[in-house]
Design a protein around this ligand. Structure first.
Ligand SMILES: [Zn+2]
Length: 165
């Protein structure tokens, strides 16, 4: 059991499957990197998605890359996601974590390979909403301790349900 991340329903050989604890780590490091570079509305929505992920969806937070609301600007969107993962691979913001995530490099590397091999298709009526429209500014307010977005559920790095005590 775990959270399964796929690229266009990718085969077993080309997917990421993480336990709940590993999933929390995965989204923590993506949030730390993403909050440093998110600029456009689409980019802020993506990082808010990471910020809020696996908060009330324990064990079901996996997704397929095809579920993201890619637009006709998907080349730029895909490049942003790749850049974000590159920063996470360089441990961006890990000094703000209350724990050491030794396995995160492996998760991020696999995820980056999945994205590299994936060609997005623009979604005309995205189920996750229109990411071309700016998110509510209240959601991209930042935690005073960790500097990351607070999102719907508050700073994930302050959340005792996610973080080791
Ligand atoms: Zn915080």
């Amino acid at each position: 059991m775990g959270n399964v991340f796929t690229a266009d329903g990718s085969s077993w050989a080309h997917r990421l499957e993480l336990s709940n604890g590993a999933t929390d780590v995965f989204f923590d490091v993506l949030t730390l990197a993403g909050c440093a570079i998110a600029d456009t509305p689409w980019e802020r929505h993506l990082v808010l998605f990471f910020t809020d992920a696996h908060r009330w969806s324990r064990g079901t937070a996996g997704f397929d890359l095809g579920e993201l609301p890619w637009t006709t600007g998907w080349l730029v969107e895909k490049a942003f996601l790749d850049r974000l993962i590159g920063m996470a691979l360089h441990r961006h913001g890990w000094d703000r974590l209350a724990y050491d995530p030794p396995n995160a490099i492996a998760y991020l590397s696999t995820f980056r390979e999945m994205i590299a091999g994936y060609t997005p298709t623009p979604v005309s009526a995205p189920a996750w909403g229109d990411w071309r429209v700016s998110p509510d500014p209240a959601l991209t307010a930042r935690c005073q301790i960790h500097g990351v977005f607070v999102g719907e559920f508050g700073c994930r790095l302050c959340d005792p349900n996610l973080q080791p005590r």
